[in-house]
Design a protein around this ligand. Structure first.
Ligand SMILES: *Cc1c(COP(=O)(O)O)cnc(C)c1O
Length: 385
């Protein structure tokens, strides 16, 4: 047993795929402390800079005073507190859908949606670059798993047209987590309407960031439909933790009754829900955070254009700098760290083989000078390599 694990670890090492964790000593943010040293970080999904916001910290404290620390039970037993209930109503209103349901994480929400809606007689159609949690969800559901090439609507249409499944689900990241591009939601919706399928949208990276009020990809694309199963996470732009699903009342009620990752897990600590209630108001009111982020994205794209390494086409806060080889991506990431800049190298199996990259993620908390420092460092590393 032990030697087979050691052999597996050696193979991971030989492929340049060993992963290491850094220990973060400060709150998450654009400036962080790791191993006693300060860095400018381009690693977090804290796109609006809210993870350490003093107002959210104060709300969490108030929530702890009012509700204690732990939920102590699942939602269906006695873990569903006033704060959860109020937050679900506020989230539904925020994304302009009839009803919302909290989950303890985005991973669990995806498992819950797909396993509650699809089984052996059903089929799930999935973009090849979807998040791992959506893929795991399909495997767990035992539905037929049909994957189409990234963004290939013709391929999707052929699969839908050929399917005799009882229920059809098209599932997609709304903003692709390692590429940053936005799914063609209106066109996907038209296909779903034509072939009687549901459209499951994972808006982990759009919620709070896309749309004038931060309501996410639906606001950004100006679409609404009873076929949409909308999922977003609350640990990214919302700066906190958890996730929710929103849609038609019957859909939400089925999830309450059937979604095992909803039923068999402890509810989020209610203090988190209390902090999120405060956070939602800030997300909507402080449009300057989205505007600032857009300026930083434009600045990065303009400055990187002169480098040999190129950014993948993306208009979101996720800006992948394509490197190619695993070891080179790791080396560039390490050389940036030596210069006080943290940018994660993303390697297979998270991304397809040969497409290792630096995943630069921007936040409204970054300063113009942070971008300038990053681009200068990349230019210098490129020149020496
Ligand atoms: C982060 C992420 C998830 C998982 O959400 P958690 O709340 O972190 O479990 C799901 N889908 C996508 C696209 C993500 O980026």
């Amino acid at each position: 047993m032990r030697s087979s694990l050691a052999g597996e670890l050696r193979r991971i090492e030989a492929q340049g795929l060993t992963r290491h964790r850094r220990v973060l000593e400060s709150p998450q943010g654009a400036q962080v402390v790791v191993d006693g040293r300060e860095f400018v970080a381009f690693c977090s999904n804290d796109y609006l800079g809210l993870a350490g916001d003093p107002r959210l910290v104060a709300a969490a404290r108030e929530g702890a005073a009012r509700y204690g620390v732990g939920a102590g039970a699942s939602h269906l037993i006695l873990g569903h507190a006033t704060a959860h209930h109020a937050l679900e109503a506020a989230l539904a209103q925020f994304v302009r859908l009839p009803r919302a349901l909290l989950f303890s994480s985005g991973y669990l929400a995806n498992l819950g949606i797909v396993t509650a809606l699809a089984g052996r007689e059903d089929a799930v159609f999935a973009d090849k670059l979807n998040h791992a949690s959506l893929n795991d969800a399909v495997l767990l559901s035992r539905a037929a798993f049909r994957r189409y090439a990234h963004g290939d609507l013709d391929a999707l249409e052929k699969l839908l047209a050929a399917s005799r499944a009882r229920r059809k689900l098209v599932v997609t990241d709304a903003v692709f987590s390692m590429d940053g591009d936005i799914a063609p939601v209106p066109a996907l919706l038209r296909l779903c309407e034509r072939y009687g399928a549901w459209l499951v949208l994972d808006d982990a990276h759009g919620f709070g960031v896309l749309g004038a009020t931060g309501a996410g990809v639906l606001e950004h694309c100006g679409v609404a439909s009873e076929r949409i199963v909308y999922m977003a996470t609350l640990g990214k732009a919302a700066g906190t933790f958890g996730a929710f699903v929103a849609g038609e009342p019957a859909l939400i009620e089925i999830l309450v009754q059937r979604a095992r990752p909803y039923i068999y897990t402890t509810a989020l600590p209610p203090l988190i829900a209390h902090a999120l209630l405060a956070g939602l108001g800030i997300i909507a009111a402080e449009a300057w955070r989205r505007e600032r982020l857009a300026q930083l994205i434009a600045r990065l794209k303009r400055d990187v254009a002169a480098l040999r390494w190129q950014l993948a086409p993306s208009d979101t806060a996720i800006q992948p700098l394509m490197i190619g080889a695993n070891d080179e991506a790791v080396r560039v990431s390490e050389q940036l760290a030596q210069r006080g800049l943290l940018v994660p190298a993303i390697r297979p199996p998270t991304v397809p083989p040969g497409s290792a990259r630096l995943r630069i993620s921007l936040s409204a908390a970054h300063r113009e000078q942070d971008i300038a420092q990053l681009v200068d460092a990349l230019r210098e590393i490129e020149r020496k390599s």
